[in-house]
Design a protein around this ligand. Structure first.
Ligand SMILES: [Zn+2]
Length: 171
């Protein structure tokens, strides 16, 4: 799928799971882009082109960086380096959703180093399904954000009311 969908889908999932925590949501979006480090023309590959060209030349596209082994390894490293559990979950959602989304657009070597590809569908990148997923993810993310804002405003007004009550009682 396209980079924007790879970022937006995990962002929406993480926003829904963790009450739109901004750091976790952005972490999931960034993790959603990370596996395409094996493609020099991807969002991340254009920024880290030296690494991307090397990865593509050595491993090929949609291989080790799109595998279950990579997702599990990163998760274990996160736990071993005492990353907060929520952060590990956000990163795993980003990486895992990337693998599934690419399995829907032609397939990935999910069982790398085995070469066989896991193909769920062959929706083209930037095609209708890509756009649909992007729009749905945006709606979910905006919905979660509005719920969070509503909650914050309510809490702030409750606190304001409580301090007004205290001032009233103390007089
Ligand atoms: Zn990819």
């Amino acid at each position: 799928m396209s980079g924007r969908t790879h970022a937006m889908v995990p962002a929406a999932l993480t926003a829904a799971l963790f009450n739109t925590d901004p750091v976790l949501t952005l972490t999931a979006a960034a993790a959603g882009l990370a596996p395409d480090i094996d493609e020099p023309w991807s969002v991340i590959g254009m920024r880290l082109w030296f690494l991307a060209w090397w990865m593509k030349y050595v491993c090929g596209h949609r291989t080790v960086s799109h595998s279950l082994l990579m997702v599990v390894t990163v998760g274990i490293v996160g736990i071993l380096t005492l990353m907060p559990v929520k952060m590990v979950v956000a990163v795993t959602i980003g990486l895992g959703s990337h693998v599934v989304l690419d399995a829907m657009s032609g397939g990935v070597q999910v069982w790398w180093p085995k070469k066989e590809r896991w193909v769920l569908a062959r929706y083209p990148v930037y095609g209708r399904m890509d756009q649909l997923l992007l729009v749905m993810a945006m709606l979910v993310a905006v919905g979660c954000l509005l719920m969070r804002v509503n909650e914050e405003v309510r809490t702030a007004s409750d606190e304001g009311q409580q301090s007004a009550d205290i001032i009233y009682l103390e007089r």
